[in-house]
Design a protein around this ligand. Structure first.
Ligand code: ATP
Length: 303
């Protein structure tokens, strides 16, 4: 995995204006945002999450009415069709389809390099696909990325926390950028949830890897996202942390997409398991009806 991107974006459109007519002033990711300017420098060429400039709505002089554009009803939290992603000449996704219903928990599995992180970054609107279509929570993810991001909670491979700030200060910074109401209460509540209440004032640089992972989870949950995207969230977590993760996945957000290398964890956490191979979905099934042989085959593992 390379070129991790910031996990979150600074939001500049708290009112959600212009959404109905597609004229939202969705801003590009702010490199000085809560995830830090340092990470922005690690973007690979052509790997930016900058959003396409949107055309200003055309209005006749004196016409104050807003155009009403009817959107087809959408029941999917994620509707990805034919996603393609090239990093230079490397094809990371080669026509990947994924539909996640609202309320569903989906685990992505796959061998190293199968495209899981790339897919998750695209779902997080942190990487722009080279082709295909993506609707998130009923919004066009490319055209309305800022609107979508407000409703996403993301834990990426790297935690992207400010090491010199305390746990509380990290959450406060992030919460302010997201306009979280009753912020201090929310911070206390999320730190409690992830078992860091006692370490609230400790500098992130002095937290263990697992504690930082817990804090990244708290940050992802702070604004009560509608869609939680977790890239190998089990990394660094002890037994109690794994149990905490299970509770978060079950209770903390309506819809969850996560990646993992553990079939057992995927079965335990998710309603549906999706195996990627060479940038495409190779197998998927509800976790109640998974055929182990088919999973191993799709993973390219020994039968
Ligand atoms: P892992 O299980 O090892 O984390 P993954 O399934 O998450 O792997 P990705 O990280 O999505 O896989 O990578 C998919 C392909 O894209 C790989 O061939 C990888 O080498 C390539 N790739 C990923 N990120 C970049 C990048 N920033 N620049 C160039 N190639 C990349």
């Amino acid at each position: 995995m390379r070129d991790e991107l910031p996990t979150t974006a600074t939001e500049r459109d708290p009112e959600g204006l212009g959404e109905a007519d597609g004229s939202a002033s969705d801003g590009a990711l702010d490199p000085a945002g809560p995830t830090g300017a340092a990470e922005a420098g690690s973007l690979a060429e052509g790997d930016e999450a900058a959003e396409p400039a949107e055309a200003a709505p055309v209005r006749a002089a004196g016409d104050e009415r807003r155009a009403v554009v009817l959107r087809p009803p959408s029941f999917g939290a994620v509707e990805a069709r034919g996603l393609i992603k090239f990093y230079g000449t490397t094809a990371a996704l080669r026509g990947c389809d994924l539909v996640v219903l609202r309320g569903e928990r989906v685990a992505l599995l796959g061998a190293n390099g199968a495209g899981k992180t790339t897919l998750l970054k695209i779902l997080a609107t942190l990487v722009r696909p080279s082709g295909g279509h993506l609707t998130l929570l009923g919004h066009d993810a490319m055209r309305q990325a800022a609107t979508v991001r407000r409703q996403l909670g993301v834990v990426a491979h790297e935690t992207y926390l400010y090491r010199d700030l305390s746990a509380t200060e990290n959450l406060r910074l992030y919460g302010r950028l997201y306009g979280v109401a009753d912020l201090e209460t929310r911070i206390a509540s999320e730190l409690q949830r992830v078992g860091l209440a006692e370490l609230a004032e400790r500098r992130v640089g002095a937290l263990s890897r697992g504690q930082q992972q817990r804090l990244a989870l708290a940050r992802a949950l702070l604004h009560e996202p509608a869609l939680l995207l977790l890239d190998e969230p089990d990394t660094g977590l002890d037994e109690a942390g794994q149990a905490l993760l299970a509770r978060v996945v079950r209770d903390a957000a309506p819809t969850v997409v996560l990646t993992t290398h553990s079939i057992e964890r995927a079965l335990a956490l998710a309603d549906r398991l999706v195996v990627l191979a060479a940038g495409k979905v190779a197998y998927e099934a509800p976790t109640t009806g998974v055929e182990a042989g088919r999973v191993r085959e799709a993973l390219g593992a020994a039968p």
